[in-house]
Design a protein around this ligand. Structure first.
Ligand SMILES: Cc1cc2nc3c(=O)[nH]c(=O)nc-3n(C[C@H](O)[C@H](O)[C@H](O)COP(=O)(O)OP(=O)(O)OC[C@H]3O[C@@H](n4cnc5c(N)ncnc54)[C@H](O)[C@@H]3O)c2cc1C
Length: 232
């Protein structure tokens, strides 16, 4: 037992505030349950904070940049000197979209009287979870528990994410500077809009390649690319 452990009895405990967890939590609350939702990060999980939403925001900004190129506009009879982009500003705008939507989820949770607890949950036994957060440890004894802890990106052996040359999707979406070259490895679980033909980097960066996982070793040993993003 951790010093300072306090136990709270709850009706429904939901682990994970991603789209799976927060929607389940709201539904359970609408059915009249007292719900506690636990997550170490911001409401909205991977999709809202590190996946679909930041990706769509960057795609949207970079696609507009692409469409605003003088050559594209000239064919419509619109003439402009030049169009430039500012990557840090794009990143800030993307982050503002994420924060606005995450705030919206928090309001939805509050509106349904769901308690949002910041921390990581660990099962102590089949009826209790210990949540460890920055403010210490708390035990929850539950009637029902929903596990919605999502997934983590696959690490390709011998190529751990280092935040520099080999990037997880989260690291790739938060790059402070655009890479001059980029290889994307793995496509299987991603939506059809994550592909080089519509990737944010394709619009603003000259070199982007997609590889199947089986061909990574060959291509990396040829030094085709300075950066590899794994999107499994
Ligand atoms: C770059 C990218 C783009 C994507 N684009 C799309 C798209 O366009 N369309 C689409 O449908 N899907 C997309 N996805 C997939 C989508 O993000 C996931 O399918 C979705 O987030 C899964 O939701 P989830 O609630 O199951 O898990 P998650 O969203 O991963 O949420 C799980 C949560 O559980 C928390 N957690 C983990 N362990 C614990 C613990 N022990 N205790 C408490 N909390 C814990 C995590 O912090 C996390 O917040 C994309 C993913 C990525 C990476």
């Amino acid at each position: 037992m951790v010093v300072g452990d306090v136990t709270t009895a709850v009706d429904v405990l939901v682990l994970g505030a991603g789209p799976g967890g927060y929607v389940a939590a709201i539904r359970a609350a609408q059915y009249g349950h007292h719900v506690t939702l636990v997550d170490p990060g911001d409401a909205g999980g991977t999709c809202l904070n590190r996946g679909c939403i930041p990706l769509k925001a960057l795609l949207s900004a970079s696609e507009r940049y692409h469409q605003a190129q003088p050559a594209e506009l000239a064919s419509l009879g619109i003439h402009t000197e030049s169009v430039t982009f500012d990557w840090p500003s794009m990143q800030r705008w993307k982050q503002s979209v994420v924060e606005r939507l995450s705030n919206g989820v928090r309001q939805l949770l509050a509106g349904n009287r769901i308690e949002l607890v910041t921390g990581t949950g660990w099962f102590i036994n089949e009826r209790e979870v210990r949540v460890e957060g920055v403010h210490g440890s708390h035990r929850f004894k539950f009637e029902h528990c929903i596990i919605a802890t999502g997934a983590t990106p696959t690490v390709i052996s011998d190529l751990p994410y280092d935040g520099r040359d080999v990037l997880s999707p989260e690291q790739a979406l938060a790059l402070p500077e655009l890479p001059s070259e980029l290889v994307i490895a793995g496509m299987t679980t991603l939506p059809s809009n994550w592909r080089p033909s519509s990737c944010a980097w394709e619009y603003v960066s000259p070199s982007i390649r997609q590889l199947s996982v089986s061909s990574i070793t060959v291509n990396l040993s040829c030094n085709v690319c300075s950066r590899l993003v794994c999107v499994n």
